[in-house]
Design a protein around this ligand. Sequence first.
Ligand code: MG
Length: 242
Amino acid sequence: MDIKGLLFDKDGTLLEFHQMWLKVSQGVVTALSHRYRTEMQMHLLTEEHLLEAIGIHGEYVDNHGLLAANPVEDTAEAWFKMLTPSCELVAFTTQVKALFNQQVEDNPSLIQPLPGVKATLIKLKQKGFRLGIATADTKDSTIYSLEKAGLIGLFDYLGYSDGDIAPKPAPALLQGFCERCDLTPAQVVMFGDTVSDMAFGLNAGAGKVGVLTGTATQDELAPHADFILASVADFEPECLAR
Ligand SMILES: [Mg+2]
């Protein structure tokens, strides 16, 4: 089967992950701890506790943690259970999403394409591949960060999680890409930096390429990927024939 569509995770796969999401998450947690000072004190919580709950341990981001692998709704739910605020989960989730979007927009200099990725995407587009995004990020943050990185015009499909579609690793975003571009899952390869991205490709019936520019190591990705590249920038379509 000829591969005609290339679907990409965003953070850690096309854009620099660590610097950006550490800073953004720390900013969100600081804002949250001001807003929920009473709840923080009541449950003896520190900002570190909230960060650890989403997989941030100091400067280390856990590949399987909520920040690296899950949509923001899951982060909001984890913090909701810890803080037990008086509002409903839906309202709390809306607040958390708004804080993340605000932090992303407050830190535009941290939004950087990974080295060489833009040139590779342009080359692939010129070769006739349909290109798409499948991210756990929200709509606003996805559009904003791809615009800032100068990549948004390259994509035929932007798949994001905003509470209205089943997030990765459910196959819905890959099915959306196929519908938009008139492809079958077998004609698609998914590129990602997490085990969740590889499970997503598998669940949807697509190929899976792991990249080492994000949170996972070679050993973590290897059992789940068809093959692994140091970066999307190293991808040559000839790799698919092997
Ligand atoms: Mg990622």
